[in-house]
Design a protein around this ligand. Structure first.
Ligand SMILES: [Zn+2]
Length: 138
């Protein structure tokens, strides 16, 4: 019983810390980004948009974790496609996986508006390690 409560306390601390961090991140995005998805370029209410890591959060080092250039606002669909490696960005250009050819996921824009030298390394990581290799299985 004591052990269970102890474990719960540790879990709560972990989740609270993570939650605060995500909250801070979301606040930054809402104050600094337009209310549109960086991939499909559609405008949505802020409450619909998600804070998305260009390079997955779970493999970031401390410096990368604190770098706001690694986050963008994405709609739920694009965020999921991106995290699964079904869509990526290469040199500022959006690339879709062949797996999506038979599905209704049409992107009208081809370029990321705010692609720059600060976020390029994170997109490059995603292209090489997730889109090409699909190392993450969700
Ligand atoms: Zn989108």
């Amino acid at each position: 019983m004591i052990s269970l409560n102890f474990t719960k306390t540790i879990q709560n601390r972990f989740f609270n810390k993570r939650y605060i961090s995500q909250n801070k991140l979301r606040k930054y995005l809402l104050n600094n980004k337009d209310n549109k998805c960086v991939l499909c370029n559609n405008y949505f209410p802020y409450k619909i948009l998600e804070a998305a890591h260009l390079k997955p959060r779970k493999i970031l080092n401390k410096k990368e974790n604190d770098d706001y250039n690694n986050v963008e606002l994405m709609c739920r669909n694009c965020h999921k496609f991106y995290d699964l490696g079904l869509i990526t960005v290469f040199n500022g250009t959006i690339i879709k996986s062949k797996e999506l050819l038979n599905y209704d996921y049409n992107l009208t824009n081809k370029y990321i508006d705010n692609y720059n030298y600060k976020n390029a390394l994170y997109y490059k990581y995603h292209f090489n390690e997730i889109f090409k290799k699909k190392i993450i299985n969700i």
